[in-house]
Write a protein of this length. Structure first.
Length: 414
C-alpha cells in the first residue's frame, strides 16, 4: 500500500485483533473469501435498481451476484422474498417502517433498558420522531421472562400497526407464537429484528420466527452470521409487503447498492449453509453457557439469570462494585474487548452504566470450546476483583496473549 499512514493503522488493528480476545457479541471474524469479495472490483460499479431493472448499463455480473445472494438467503431462512441491499441494520428497520407505516402510526417494541434496540423507539432516533413507539418489558429481570400479558394490554390499548420482536442485549429466547397471537388480535404486522441471532437461526440452534408466522425479518449480516457489515430484509410470503419494502429501500432511503458488500454477503450465505456452520452455531451456545456458569459460581448477577443465546449481560456494579465503564476499560488493558451496557432498572448514567455485555461468537470462530471460555470468564472476574493490581493485570495480559496465539483467527471456515 502506498499510503503508509493508513497501512500502519490497518496493521495496528490486525495486531490488536490477533493478540486480543473479542467478546463484543455483535462482532466476529469473516473468512478470507468474504474479505476478498468485500474488497473486489464490484466496488467500482454503480447499480441503482434491482436485478433486471437497473438505471445503468454493464450489469451482467452485478445482476447475477445479487440474484445469487437473494436465492441463498431465502433458502437459508425459508422465505420467499429478500432485499439484500440495506447498508446496515438500522436502515433496514427504517425501510420497513417507511414501507408499511404512515407518520404518527404506532409501533410496539422492546424497551431499550430491558434489552431492546435504539431503532425500536429510542426518542433520540429518527424513527421515534416520525412514529409513535410503545414498549414491552421483562416481567422479571432475574429470569428474563417477557411480560406477555402486559404486552397484550399495551397492544390492545394502542393498536400498533407493527409489532417488533428483537433485541440487542437480551440473553433469553422470545416466544414468537405469543407475538403473532397478539398481533393478529390487534391487526398488526409482525417483524423480527434478528440482527444478533441470525447466525444461530441459520445454524438451526435457535427457532426461526418465520416458522411461527412472522411476516418480516430484518437483520445485519455480520455478528453471528459471520458475513460483511451490512443488512437484509426478508419477507416470509407476502409479495405485496416485499414490493413495498423494495421501493422503500430504493429509491426510498438508499441510492446505489454496495455491490462489493452484496458479493460478500452471497459468499457468507453460502458458508452458512454448510454442516460446519451448524456445528459452529451450536458451539456458540455451549460456550456462552460455560461462561455464564463461571459467573454464577462467583455470584455475579446476570440479567435473565443466564443465557439461552450468544450473549451475557452482567451487573458488575451490583456484584463487584465496578462500573460498566471501569470494567470495559480495565479488561481492554488485558486484551479482552467487551462493552459497557445499561441493565434493567439501572440508576447509573448510560456512559457509565452498571453492566457489561459480552458473548462468544468471535472466540468460537477462533476455535474456543467450553473449557477455554470458562478460563476466559475466570480471568475476567479475577481482573475485575483486582482492577488496581498492576502486576496481576500484566500477568493476565500475558495469559490472554498466549490464548490468542493458541487460537489464531482462521482464514477459511468451509
Amino acid at each position: 500500500m502506498r499510503d503508509k499512514l493508513v497501512e500502519k493503522l490497518i496493521k495496528g488493528e490486525e495486531k490488536r485483533q490477533k493478540e486480543g480476545l473479542e467478546l463484543i457479541p455483535s462482532e466476529n471474524y469473516v473468512s478470507e473469501d468474504v474479505l476478498r469479495a468485500n474488497g473486489s472490483v464490484f466496488t467500482n460499479k454503480y447499480s441503482e435498481g434491482y436485478p433486471g431493472k437497473r438505471y445503468y448499463g454493464g450489469q451482467e455480473f452485478t445482476d447475477k451476484v445479487e440474484s445469487l445472494a437473494i436465492e441463498r438467503v431465502c433458502k437459508l431462512f425459508n422465505c420467499k422474498f429478500a432485499n439484500v441491499q440495506p447498508h446496515s441494520g438500522a436502515p433496514a428497520n427504517l425501510a420497513v417502517y417507511a414501507a408499511l407505516l404512515q407518520p404518527g402510526d404506532t409501533v410496539l417494541g422492546m424497551d431499550l433498558s430491558h434489552g431492546g434496540h435504539l431503532t425500536h423507539g429510542h426518542p433520540m432516533t429518527l424513527p421515534a420522531k416520525i412514529y409513535k413507539f410503545v414498549t414491552y418489558k421483562m416481567k422479571n429481570p432475574e429470569t428474563g421472562e417477557i411480560d406477555y400479558e402486559d404486552m397484550r394490554r399495551v397492544a390492545i390499548a394502542n393498536k400498533p400497526k407493527l409489532i417488533i420482536a428483537g433485541f440487542s442485549a437480551y440473553p433469553r429466547t422470545l416466544d414468537y407464537k405469543k407475538f403473532v397471537e397478539i398481533a393478529r388480535e390487534v391487526g398488526a404486522i409482525t417483524m423480527a429484528d434478528m440482527a444478533h441471532i441470525a447466525g444461530l437461526i441459520a445454524g438451526g440452534v435457535l427457532r426461526n420466527p418465520f416458522d411461527d408466522g412472522f411476516d418480516i425479518i430484518t437483520s445485519t449480516t455480520h455478528k453471528t452470521l459471520r458475513g460483511p457489515r451490512g443488512g437484509i430484509i426478508l419477507t416470509r410470503e407476502s409479495e405485496e409487503i416485499a414490493t413495498k419494502i423494495n421501493k422503500s429501500i430504493f429509491p426510498g432511503i438508499q441510492g446505489g447498492p454496495h455491490m462489493h458488500i452484496i458479493a460478500a454477503k452471497a459468499v457468507a450465505f453460502g458458508e452458512a449453509m454448510t454442516p460446519k456452520f451448524k456445528k459452529y452455531a451450536g458451539q456458540v451456545l455451549k460456550n456462552a453457557k460455560a461462561m455464564a456458569e463461571v459467573l454464577r459460581k462467583n455470584k455475579v448477577r446476570m440479567i435473565g439469570g443466564g443465557t439461552d443465546n450468544h450473549l451475557i449481560l452482567a451487573d458488575v456494579f451490583g456484584s463487584l462494585r465496578v462500573t460498566g465503564k471501569e470494567a470495559q476499560t480495565v479488561l481492554d488493558e488485558v486484551g479482552i474487548t467487551l462493552n459497557m451496557n445499561a441493565i434493567a432498572g439501572d440508576t447509573r448514567k448510560p456512559m457509565d452504566p452498571s453492566g457489561i455485555r459480552f458473548g462468544t461468537p468471535a472466540i468460537t470462530t477462533r476455535g474456543f470450546k467450553e473449557k477455554d471460555c470458562a478460563k476466559v470468564a475466570e480471568l475476567m472476574i479475577k481482573v475485575l476483583k483486582n482492577k488496581d493490581d498492576k502486576k496481576l493485570k500484566e500477568s493476565v495480559h500475558r495469559e490472554i496473549k498466549a490464548l490468542a496465539k493458541k487460537f489464531p483467527i482462521p482464514k477459511k471456515f468451509v
